[in-house]
Design a protein around this ligand. Structure first.
Ligand code: GLU
Length: 415
């Protein structure tokens, strides 16, 4: 398997070919605008020093300031961050947000460090990347293993350096500190919304649908909660990095979320009928499969055994190179990451707007605006899918690329 970035480019290339994209614009979009690597020391609780590696990549800023999360994970690499930044450009554009794409990461296993150590890592990382971030330049946000508390430290670190409180420099902050109502569950809410729209398009009744979800982080938890409580779907299988659990009658997600807080994992949840591997979860005969963990979770090999009728990509890049072809061939509807998990960045946009205006919205107002934007984007992508007789992923790239290409062409190439 090649790099994640090459595989991301290949998927974009399919859309670029089909829409006969101008070769100059294609070249611009194939290259990230800016890539920053930082190596920085942090003092540990025992007085020793460790050096960490961090990244911030800005892929494109034709439509506005760069936007995208920061992840903390031991496997973070430049290849991964570059790919995630690339996806953010298209994710923001498919939603019609006035943003370009960026992503950051620190190569760290956060489970191995104390809260105070994570705070020092976060503050120093943000200080290192602050030469390229700012409310008008690049606005970080949460991603894998990063929380509202970490966003508060990011915001405070930046504010201490500029000498005033700058709320708009990061999103995903706690409510009461410039955060938006509804941001925590936003990605899951978007996943639930497009899953319901996908089901409808397939003639499936979402309130009778069975669902398997890989990953019980922020996205997996809220997708499960909202699909079950608001859409009436039955969540029959769930997993985390320690394994998967199955119950044919469906799980009570609220109870499971509490169990996760208490035990740190759901793998030993006593109300499961059976346990299985993450791999087997993805092969279950369910209506909807939501991969909401990390990249490359469904290989072309595994794709052959997938029985779900709809795949909703809660994670970024969960289908490895070649998996799309196998699944498309089987007639499985894939709702792609740049659309399916765009709810998070959409409410981040609402948060940034609220911060810039110092005027905050009600929870219902946020949810309503999000649902409307998700439905509009879904419908636009669906239309492009029909028009170009293609799959949803390629259609989403076409809708997004048209917007970035328009801005790039109108602006012209400097000087
Ligand atoms: N990290 C999230 C994503 O991959 C959210 C980014 C944001 O809110 O800026 O879309």
């Amino acid at each position: 398997m090649g790099s994640i970035y090459e595989s991301a480019l290949e998927k974009f290339g399919k859309a670029a070919d089909l829409m006969k994209l101008d070769p100059g614009i294609r070249k611009i979009l194939e290259h990230p605008k800016r890539q920053l690597i930082v190596e920085f020391p942090v003092e540990m609780d025992d007085g020793s020093t460790e050096v960490f590696t961090g990244y911030r990549v800005q892929h494109n800023i034709a439509l506005g300031p760069a936007k995208g999360g920061v992840r903390y994970h031991p496997n973070v690499s430049l290849d991964e961050v570059k790919s995630l930044a690339f996806w953010m450009t298209f994710k923001c554009a498919v939603m019609g947000l006035p943003y370009g794409g960026a992503k950051g990461g620190v190569k760290i296993d956060p489970k191995k460090y104390s809260k105070k150590e994570i705070e020092r890592v976060s503050r120093r990382y943000f200080s290192e990347i602050s030469i390229i971030v700012g409310p008008d330049k690049d606005i970080p946000a949460p991603d894998v293993n990063t929380t509202p508390d970490i966003m508060a430290w990011f915001m405070d670190t930046y504010s201490m350096n500029v000498g005033y409180s700058s709320m708009g420099v990061v999103t995903g902050k706690p409510v009461g500190l410039g955060g938006s109502q509804g941001r925590t569950e936003a990605t899951g809410r978007g996943v639930s919304a497009v899953a319901a729209l996908g089901a409808k398009a397939k003639g499936m009744d979402i309130s009778k649908a069975t669902v398997a979800i890989e990953g019980f982080g922020n996205v997996g938890q809220y997708a499960a909660l909202l699909l079950s409580t608001e859409k009436g779907a039955k969540i029959v299988a769930l997993s985390d990095s320690r394994g998967a659990i199955y119950n044919s009658n469906g799980f009570d997600i609220k109870e499971l979320m509490q169990y996760k807080v208490e035990h740190g994992t759901i793998a030993d949840y006593p109300k499961a009928e059976s346990k299985m591997s993450n791999e087997d979860l993805k092969k279950l005969d369910v209506d909807i499969l939501v991969p909401a963990a990390l990249e490359n979770s469904i290989t072309p090999e595994l794709a052959k055994d997938v029985k779900a009728k709809i795949i909703v990509e809660g994670a970024n890049g969960p289908l490895a190179e070649g998996a799309d072809e196998v699944l498309n061939e089987k007639g499985i509807l894939i709702i792609p990451d740049i659309l399916a998990n765009a709810g998070g960045v959409t409410v981040s946009y609402f948060e940034w707007v609220q911060d810039l205006q110092s005027f905050f919205w009600k929870h219902e107002q946020v949810n309503e605006a999000l649902e409307e934007m998700m439905a509009n984007a879904f419908n636009e992508v669906w239309k492009a899918k029909e028009e170009y007789s293609t799959d949803m992923r390629t259609a989403a790239y076409i809708v997004a690329t048209n917007r970035v290409a328009f801005a790039t062409q109108k602006r012209g190439i400097y000087p």
